[in-house]
Structures are given as structure tokens and as C-alpha cells.
Ligand binder design. Structure first.
Ligand code: SF4
Ligand code: FES
Length: 374
């Protein structure tokens, strides 16, 4: 039996990234620049074992994600298994491939909730942002989910190119009958960081959008839950990222790498265990990567003596690494961070040039060798 660290609370949720393959090419994708190839993906038997270990560890909620999880032909088998372990199941999908027949078969396997991403509230812009003619297929997927009587949420990542069209996004969400709408302001790691100039909105855009959100939230209170978090480039202190490092959930990447947060693989000075060789129990409780930023011992100043450290845990480790190259650094989103000037500069640039940039977007693609060399 592996040694168990009794001081660590069990995880609540598992993000099962079944594949990095995806028909869309969103320029803000949170997947790594170096994505896992199909040949390196975990097998059905591996995932079944991972799900069983997750349930033993205390996980009660599984999010099947990707890439596009519908590209795995064992999705029903995995959902059925998670269901037999009494875990709540959610599918995070672009909607491509979610036909009426597929929706019924997923429902029969025990799928409870489907979260479909939209890139905008209308076809032309949506298809430009996703780099794929997907909008009408997404609408068909929404219909299929409703007809199969599953719960439906929508997720729209907001940025400079679509934030001024928030009313259209809200209208679309209302028409679909979604119970929940996540308005996720872009997080600038991985692909989004490469495209930050083109994606970071200016302050006026944020203000207008937050007013539209506030009114819609009040108007739709009884009909639809709407989630919106002010982007941390425009907040003075960071948010408690992912509820804290390895605090409430874990991610298993398509190739079996276990991560304390979905984008942690970018932190190159950390090495992560793989579920092929270690149990989830030992990874969660005893691995050095999961324990690295738990608690407050690791914190540098100014976090160490800051009253807000219990609330935000010193901010996001991925953002600290992405911007400073040091995963221990205070999150530069914090106004007291020594490297806060990095955020200020990006915000200044976005506000000096409030018109969309002419620079072309870098779309998410498998193994973009040019980018990996940079
Ligand atoms: Fe959070 Fe550290 Fe900034 Fe305090 S100094 S608000 S703990 S990031
Ligand atoms: Fe990884 Fe914030 S996204 S710690």
C-alpha cells in the first residue's frame, strides 16, 4: 500500500482529458503547445482503472474533456463505468459529432450533463474564431442534448474579438434553453498567451460587457445561471486559481500524466507522475508535484506576510511560470508582485490600441514544430 498523507483532503473532481485531438483550432486553447499524439493516449483499460482509483480516492464528479472527447470511441464505456461508481458525469465538448443518436447513446450510458462550447453568438464570427465551420453543428448538438433530456450548459471564452457581441451570446444561450452559461474570460497561458495581443480586451470593453452581464444576470435569474469572473489582468489581486493547487481536483492528460491543475504541464521545472506507473492515491497524497504548492510554506514575500494569502493562495502558479519563468514567483497579476509591470505593460498596450490588431492569429494545431522551437 502506498504511504498516505493524512493531512490532505481527498479530491472532489477529476478532469479526464481523453484526447488532445480536436476538429477546432481555437487560438486561446488551454491545451499545451505540445499536444499528446493519438498513439500515446491511455487505453480504455487504463481509463477504467483510473476511474476506479478516482472513486476510491473520493472523487464524486468526472468531467470528460479534451481536445474533443467525442473522438474517443470508448466514451460510452467510460461514462457507464463512472456511473457504476456513482460519480456524476459531465461531458465538455465542442459539440462536433454529437448527433441525436450519439446523445441518446451517451444518455443511456448514464451521462448527466453536457457542456457545449460556442465561440460567439453568430455563425460567421464563431467559425472564424474556431478556425472551423462548426456553428450550425453546435446548434444541432444543443438540440440533440435537449431532446435526450440531459442537462445543458454553454461555455463561451471571451476576448477582444467577441466580447462586444455579448448580447448575441446571451440571446443564443437563452434560445438554447441552457441551464448554465459560463462566460469565461480568457486565461493567458499556452495558446492564448501566444495570441495575447490579439485577444486581450481593453478596459472599456470589459466595463461594457460587465454591465451587460449584470443586467442579464438579474433578468434571467430564475431561468439560467450565468457565471462571469473579472479577468485577472484587470483585477488588482489574483483569484484563488482552481480553488488552490491540488486542493479540490486533479487532471489526467491524454497520455496519463497526472496534473494538479489542467495547465500545470507547462511548468517545466516540475516533473509529473504518470497514472501508467503510479496510483492516483500516491500521486494525490505523496507526489512532490502535487505537494509542491500546497499550504503556505513555499510562498515568497510579499505573499508570505499578506493577509490575502488564505484567500488566493498566492495566485496562479501556471501564470507565474508562464510570465516570469519561476513557478515560485508571486503571480504577476497581483499589484504587489515584483513582476506586476509585465501585466501592466500588456494592459497598457491593449488600451493604447483599442482596435483589433492586424497581427494574424496563431491557431491551435497538433505539433506546431515552429512554435515548439521558440
Ligand atoms: Fe495574493 Fe500574494 Fe498578492 Fe497577497 S501578495 S494578494 S497573497 S498574490
Ligand atoms: Fe495552473 Fe493556475 S492554471 S495554477
Amino acid at each position: 500500500m502506498p504511504k498516505t498523507n493524512n493531512l490532505v483532503e481527498p479530491p472532489y473532481s477529476l478532469l479526464a482529458e481523453l484526447t488532445h485531438r480536436c476538429p477546432l483550432h481555437c487560438p486561446y486553447c488551454s491545451n499545451p503547445l505540445e499536444m499528446a499524439q493519438k498513439e500515446s493516449e491511455l487505453s480504455t483499460a487504463d481509463w477504467i482503472r483510473v476511474l476506479s482509483e478516482a472513486a476510491d480516492l473520493g472523487v464524486v464528479e468526472v468531467h470528460f474533456s479534451g481536445g474533443e472527447p467525442l473522438l474517443r470511441d470508448d466514451l460510452e464505456i467510460l461514462i457507464r463505468h463512472a456511473n457504476s461508481l456513482e460519480m456524476y458525469t459531465n461531458l465538455i465538448t465542442s459539440g462536433i459529432g454529437l448527433t441525436a443518436e450519439k446523445a441518446t447513446s451517451l444518455k443511456d450510458a448514464g451521462l448527466a450533463n453536457v457542456q457545449i462550447s460556442f465561440q460567439a453568438g453568430e455563425a460567421k464570427l464563431s467559425d472564424i474564431i474556431g478556425g472551423y465551420k462548426a456553428f450550425e453543428k453546435k446548434r444541432e448538438a444543443v438540440k440533440a442534448v435537449k431532446e435526450a433530456e440531459m442537462h445543458l450548459s454553454l461555455n463561451v471564452v471571451l476576448h477582444r474579438m467577441n466580447i462586444d457581441k455579448l448580447e448575441g451570446i446571451l440571446k443564443l444561450a437563452e434560445e438554447t434553453g441552457a441551464e448554465r452559461l459560463e462566460l469565461a474570460n480568457t486565461q493567458y497561458y499556452n495558446w492564448a498567451l501566444l495570441n495575447r495581443e490579439q485577444l486581450l480586451p481593453c478596459w472599456e470593453q470589459i466595463q461594457r460587457a460587465s454591465e451587460i452581464y449584470r443586467k442579464a444576470k438579474a433578468r434571467l435569474e430564475k431561468k439560467m445561471e450565468i457565471i462571469w469572473v473579472i479577468p485577472d489582468y484587470y483585477a488588482s489581486t489574483p483569484k484563488p486559481c482552481m480553488g488552490g493547487w491540488a486542493a479540490i481536483g486533479l487532471t489526467v492528460a491524454p497520455d496519463g500524466v497526472a496534473l494538479p491543475c489542467p495547465t500545470a504541464a507547462m511548468i517545466k521545472d516540475l516533473s509529473f507522475e504518470n497514472v501508467r506507473y503510479s496510483s492516483l492515491n500516491s500521486i494525490w497524497n505523496d507526489s512532490s508535484s502535487f505537494n509542491r504548492f500546497r499550504g503556505e510554506e513555499w510562498m515568497p514575500e510579499p505573499c508570505r506576510s499578506c493577509d490575502l494569502r488564505h484567500e488566493d493562495g498566492g495566485g496562479c502558479r501556471c501564470q507565474a511560470f508562464a510570465l516570469t519563468g519561476d513557478s515560485f514567483a508571486t503571480d504577476p497579476a497581483c499589484k504587489w508582485a515584483p513582476e506586476h509591470y509585465l501585466i501592466e505593460k500588456a494592459v497598457q498596450d491593449a488600451n493604447n490600441d483599442p482596435k483589433p490588431q492586424n497581427k494574424p492569429l496563431i491557431y491551435r494545431r497538433h505539433q506546431n514544430k515552429t512554435l515548439l522551437k521558440k
